[in-house]
Design a protein around this ligand. Structure first.
Ligand SMILES: [Zn+2]
Ligand SMILES: [Zn+2]
Length: 245
């Protein structure tokens, strides 16, 4: 079928309208159980919030769960053996039920109600990051994946976070290569899979950049992206995600 520019424009408008309605008409109910939450508050009720799979002890550098609290400045064995180019990572939740299901619903079925819930969690977690942040960078999606999925979940999380924090969004970093999904690759192939996947298109006016994503899986995407930022003159990179796989 040939899509005329008018048809494409109409479909985009309808899709935007649908997204607006989904977030505007629904009352502020808990995204996990439907309990009414107070207007303006995070749409997660107290009980569901307490039951979320919070990661108790994590490496401050890569957010990997660790057995016990690490002394300040000490990182996990993986970070010690192969230090990542970013300084700190916060990913407060384990990628387990119901967080995994919620992230998949947000990403693949466009359930944008979770965006609001996760943005509140991210804004709160962000306060634990050391140092002043200058700008937010949602992990870029290759345009082909953006076109097929319809939106970038990292950008969806970043936009309200930018409004809440007043921090600017970086938009001139591109994903230059469409990479297969990380989860479908064996570990030894992951690093090669990401090599040269990102490029900076214009000068970055920020000393400390915060990379934002929904899930940190192996950390390789953030390593690659952080290195590209440092090569472009950024002084310090931190990472913020909803969950750590
Ligand atoms: Zn609930
Ligand atoms: Zn670590």
């Amino acid at each position: 079928m040939n899509w005329s520019p008018v048809t494409v424009k109409t479909l985009s408008l309808l899709s935007l309208l649908g997204r607006g309605l989904e977030t505007a008409v629904l009352p502020n109910a808990c995204v996990f159980c439907g309990t009414r939450c107070r207007p303006g508050e995070a749409p997660i009720c107290k009980d569901c919030h307490a039951d979320l799979p919070w990661i108790e002890n994590a490496c401050g550098r890569c957010a990997s769960p660790v057995e016990a609290v690490l002394p300040s400045g000490v990182h996990c064995s993986r970070c010690q053996a192969n230090p990542p180019p970013f300084d700190a990572t916060i990913a407060p939740l384990g990628y387990r039920f119901p967080v995994d299901a919620a992230i998949k619903a947000m990403k693949f079925r466009r359930k944008l109600c979770y965006v609001s819930a996760f943005t509140h969690l991210l804004a709160k977690s962000m306060q634990r990051l050391p140092g002043e942040i200058d700008a937010l960078l949602p992990v870029p999606l290759h345009w082909v994946r953006h076109a097929t999925r319809g939106f970038n979940q990292a950008a969806e999380l970043c936009r309200p976070l930018s409004t809440l924090t007043g921090l600017p969004l970086i938009r001139n970093v591109m994903r230059t290569r469409a990479t297969p999904y990380q989860s479908g690759l064996v570990a030894r192939h992951r690093q090669g899979n990401l090599r040269s996947a990102f490029s900076v298109r214009a000068a970055l006016h920020a000393d400390h950049v915060l990379i934002v994503d929904d899930v940190v899986t192996t950390g390789e995407t953030c390593r690659e992206l952080a290195q590209v930022l440092l090569d472009a003159g950024v002084e310090k990179v931190s990472v913020l995600a909803v969950a750590r796989a």
